[in-house]
Ligand binder design. Structure first.
Ligand code: FEO
Ligand code: CA
Ligand code: CA
Ligand code: CA
Length: 689
């Protein structure tokens, strides 16, 4: 695999096929919704549309009956009537195990910005042996959350549909592909090349750190083809980019380091999973599985490390082992090494685990870590529509088994004229308690309230935020089955969250919001706030239990079918037309094996939130997950990401050169590469219609 790759182009349409329909569009067998199964939730939606206060006496008790597990059994047995959703105008496609993207008949797909595509600086071409510095001028690896900012930049949902800044997260890196030239060196436990002295080559470390972070790249549609446009705003933000800490943790003892003795700055963002878009048109990137990037060999690490899983042994990539011993690398060893916290990096992990704000339109802007939104394995962040004169409200999930769902409400009201990042620095962070009766409450994580006091080990609001998980434990939040992406239906205010799976939940640990023991398929929950989005209480229900035809449940009580079986929902987005897009992430270790084989490669589906109808819209190549979804404002171009194609190859097959995916290049001398895929409808119509 050391030979030079062939030159490639962005044009890879030949590897993408449209699927022939299995049955006609009309007269399909999708059941109509039977609203009698969930009348009260529908009433709530209608009430919200009319901007009326919703919950009145007696409804909560009725909802309790509706959403109890007994009721779920009844709904499974209820009859359904056939009809078709006005929102879903495409024919569902079958599951796939092919090494390609498949979209419905009448749609086309184009690959854009694969890993290594040059976007900035000297625009170095992709080669297997690109240096660390060159990677810093190219698209990173492992594309994830993403947003399209129309080039004029007036607002997140208005402006050009043919030219914009595409902003893409890069979650992690694949050493076997990143260091092709180094294959043959000894590998550490994560498969990373180690030198004979146990150190890491510093340029390999640099390449890994520059493969992380966020890409900002101008893209344009010219004559129906999307391509990169050279622009001064094109930018890579990486695991090395200087950043500021804002909010209550800024300047506190928890974040003082040798690099920033006053606790106001740090370097880089890592494991950027999903994202958010603020009402003032900036990008938020979420730091998810950051803890593994550090080690702390101290005998008794603090809870702000141990509760998040910082290892006592080795860091995930061994960046702290870089052979040049540079400060920006050794900081990933958080062991106590000096007399004072400002002389070592014992606090470095506390500068990660945050939501980070980036202004994509200002290439000189310093990313801001917004500590008021809490510190955990942030999957992403989603906003309720901003209302003039009212606080802003957003939600974030903590993706780990038995972790929580959070909501943030700003202290200051939103004003279009003055809105900005300061609204994310001063507010109340809440954590969700889902009750079995179909209601829920938001528990404030505020120093001095709910027992978050010095007697119970919390010294300040900065302490509560650095130790968000411990604070949420203390107040009695509901332990969920791995909260991943959320979505807000802007027309109703309904909030959706994917709960991807949790095979560790025992029968004794099941509850109404997490009803399955050993939950291998995952589910999607939704709720409406009781009143406006700042409300302290909400009403929830399960939108769909994912899984096989015999072990799943749609909103109408029936199981999924061949047209829509899926497992491990992860990415989620509600478009402006009201379609709910669902993306799956069956893990590499399970994909196409055993019970999971029936779902084929990871996929994307579209759902009608009103009827609960779901149709499979796209299937991806081998070994990947589909993640990240956004459209242009006119909804006639959809962008999605393919992450880690070929990740299911075994060490033995990799060593023998037998890769199981060559997507998207289909070139035997190029590794599979994560990439964005652009989807259009051949008649120029709205995607999904
Ligand atoms: Fe990065 Fe929870 O997916
Ligand atoms: Ca994810
Ligand atoms: Ca994954
Ligand atoms: Ca996932």
């Amino acid at each position: 695999m050391k030979s030079s790759p062939q030159p490639h182009t962005l044009e890879r349409r030949e590897h993408i096929v449209s699927n022939q329909p299995k049955r006609p569009l009309t007269g399909g067998d999708e059941p109509v919704c039977n609203f009698s199964n969930n009348p009260l939730f529908a009433d709530i939606l209608n009430s919200r549309l009319q901007r009326r206060q919703v919950l009145r006496g007696g409804i909560a008790a009725a909802v309790a009956t509706l959403f109890s597990r007994d009721r779920i059994t009844q709904r499974l047995a209820s009859p359904a009537v056939a009809a078709s959703s006005p929102l879903l105008g495409f024919n569902p496609i079958p599951v796939s195990t092919a090494d390609t993207i498949v979209v419905p008949e009448g749609y086309s797909a184009q690959v854009l910005i694969p890993w290594g595509e040059p976007i900035a600086g000297s625009y170095p071409s992709y080669r297997l042996d690109n240096s660390g510095a060159e990677q810093g001028m190219q698209i990173g690896q492992h594309h994830d959350g993403m947003h399209f900012f129309p080039i004029e930049g007036q607002s997140p949902d208005r402006g050009s549909s043919t030219e914009g800044l595409l902003v893409v997260n890069h979650e992690y890196v694949e050493p076997r592909y990143l260091h092709a030239a180094a294959v043959g060196q000894a590998l550490d436990s994560e498969g990373f090349p180690l030198k004979s002295d146990g150190k890491r080559d510093a340029d390999q470390v640099l390449k890994e750190m520059n493969g992380h972070g966020v890409s900002i790249v101008r893209v344009a549609n010219q004559n129906g083809r999307w391509s990169v446009v050279r622009d001064a705003r094109n930018r890579r933000i990486t695991a090395l980019t200087p950043m500021e800490l804002q909010g209550p943790v800024r300047g506190s003892d928890w974040v003082k380091t040798q690099y920033s003795p006053d606790g106001t700055r740090t370097r880089g963002t890592i494991n950027n999973c999903a994202h958010g878009v603020t009402p003032w048109n900036t990008y938020l990137t979420a730091e998810e599985n950051w803890a593994g990037y550090f080690r702390n060999g101290d005998a008794n690490p603090p809870r702000e490390h141990s509760r998040y899983g910082v290892s006592k042994e080795a860091s995930r990539y061994g960046w702290d082992l870089a052979d040049n011993g540079a400060d920006e690398y050794i900081r990933f060893d958080a062991s106590t090494k000096a007399a004072s916290p400002t002389q070592d990096y014992r606090n470095e992990p506390n500068t990660f685990g945050w939501i980070v704000e980036i202004d994509p339109f200002n290439p000189d802007s310093v990313p801001q870590k917004r500590t008021a939104l809490g510190r955990f394995a942030h999957e992403g962040v989603i906003f309720q529509p901003a209302v003039e004169g009212r606080p802003i409200v957003c939600y974030s999930g903590d993706d780990a088994r038995f972790e929580y769902v959070y909501k943030y409400v700003s202290a200051q009201p939103y004003s279009r004229a003055t809105a900005g990042g300061h609204l994310l620095d001063n507010g109340t962070l809440y954590v969700a308690r889902f009750k079995d009766d179909g209601t829920g409450e938001w528990l404030p994580l505020v120093f001095g309230r709910n027992g978050l006091t010095p007697e119970n080990g919390f010294r300040s609001q900065a302490d509560v935020l650095v130790n968000t998980r411990s604070a949420a434990d203390f107040v009695g939040a509901t332990k969920m089955d791995r909260p991943e992406w959320g979505a807000v239906d802007s027309s109703t205010g309904t909030v959706y969250f994917t709960l991807t799976n949790n095979t560790r939940r025992t029968a004794e640990q099941t509850d109404a919001p997490n009803p399955r023991p050993s939950n291998q398929w995952g589910h999607i929950i939704r709720w409406n706030e009781m009143g406006d989005p700042t409300a302290q209480t909400f009403q929830w229900e399960l939108f769909v239990l994912a899984g096989s035809e015999s072990d799943s449940r749609k909103l109408n009580g029936k199981g999924l079918s061949a047209d829509n079986i899926f497992a491990c929902p992860d990415g989620l987005w509600c478009d402006a037309g009201g379609r709910l897009w669902i993306q799956t992430d069956i893990s590499e270790s399970e994909m196409n094996k055993g019970d999971y084989a029936q779902f084929g490669n990871n996929q994307m589906l579209a759902a009608d939130p009103k009827t609960g109808e779901i149709r499979r819209f796209l299937t991806g190549p081998i070994g990947q997950e589909i993640t990240g979804v956004v459209s242009t404002p006119d909804r006639r171009t959809l962008f999605i990401n393919v992450q880690h194609p070929g990740a299911t190859v075994t060490e033995q097959d990799f060593a023998a050169g037998r890769l199981n995916s060559r997507w998207p290049d289909q070139n035997q001398q190029i590794y599979p590469r994560s990439a964005t895929v652009v989807i259009t409808k051949n008649d120029g119509g709205v995607i999904g219609s």
